[in-house]
Design a protein around this ligand. Structure first.
Ligand SMILES: [Zn+2]
Length: 299
């Protein structure tokens, strides 16, 4: 794999003052044996993966199994419902665009809840799977280069997608252009400032190097969206899928290919309830968890 440059500058503000925090590698998918640095920009404070993979290498970091061909729709329904409930608190109708829609599970849930929802997704494999299982409108393409109407949407959502983007600030400026005034932006990401992130450090499941290019905290993400012309309305914690998965995945693989019966039994009988209890304790004690979502309005 080649990298975009040897002496890398901050991918968010362009400063060249990056300070390494620790080294880590691709523990979750093992797409590369390379070691990466998790570094903080001393100018803007945003933590990022260094070196950033080149754009042409990004697709190779997502193995076929990254986008599942089948899903557990019952557990998924609960997770998608949580997302709809958060959006509904701020806007209960209108045109919604989900960026990085995957196979379209959230788009489907939002349509069922009455939004005119569509999704855009860069993985052709995910779009094909989504269109096989449903009739949700999914556009195959790159958000930055796909033609989208100015002021065409009331809500734009990024569910655990924003941390994967090479050019997050350019993306925010485009969202600003396609949202109507007072339109809603929702960005959900892992929480690098969480207790579980500090505890597990390079072994933290939600680090997911090198697919996660940026590692936001509530304060760095808030500053980034405000710089792009948005006004933050809410920072939401308590995500029942990501909070406990961040702990369980850091301690043991969530469901490795060819999982043995013993691993599966330990994971389900011991791992899942213990991780849920630990995630609940983290929320109660720190008032924060392994993931958060920012809801902001377009100024
Ligand atoms: Zn910076």
């Amino acid at each position: 794999m080649h990298h975009s440059s040897q002496h890398q500058e901050c991918g968010a503000c362009g400063s060249s003052a990056l300070v390494g925090l620790f080294a880590a590698h691709d523990r979750n998918q093992r797409t590369t044996a390379d070691s990466f640095s998790v570094a903080r920009c001393t100018a803007c404070g945003i933590v990022q993966t260094v070196p950033r993979p080149a754009e042409s290498d990004l697709a190779s970091l997502y193995p076929v199994q990254y986008f599942p061909a089948t899903v557990d729709r019952i557990s998924q329904h609960r997770f998608q419902q949580d997302k709809v409930l958060l959006v509904r608190k701020h806007r209960n109708t209108g045109a919604l665009l989900d960026v990085g829609a995957g196979i379209g599970l959230f788009v489907q849930e939002a349509r069922d809840a009455g939004y005119q929802a569509m999704g855009i997704e860069i993985s052709g494999q995910a779009v094909a799977t989504g269109l096989q299982h449903s009739d949700v409108p999914l556009v195959h393409g790159d958000f930055l280069t796909t033609d989208l109407p100015d002021a065409g949407f009331d809500v734009v959502t990024f569910w655990h997608v924003f941390e994967h983007l090479l050019h997050p600030y350019d993306v925010l400026k485009k969202v600003h252009r396609i949202l109507r005034p007072q339109g809603i932006l929702v960005i959900a990401v892992p929480n690098f400032a969480s207790f579980q992130a500090r505890l597990f450090r390079s072994r933290w499941y939600h680090l997911d190097l090198p697919r996660h290019l940026f590692h936001f905290s509530p304060s760095t993400l808030q500053a980034t969206v405000e710089r792009a012309g948005f006004s933050v309305q809410e920072i939401h914690y308590r995500w029942r899928d990501h909070d406990s998965a961040g702990i369980l995945g850091s301690v043991m693989k969530l469901s490795p290919p060819g999982e043995t019966l013993l691993h599966r039994a330990v994971r389900k009988i011991v791992g899942i309830p213990v991780a849920r209890a630990a995630a609940e304790a983290e929320l109660m004690i720190t008032h924060s968890g392994g993931a958060f979502a920012i809801v902001a309005t377009r100024a």
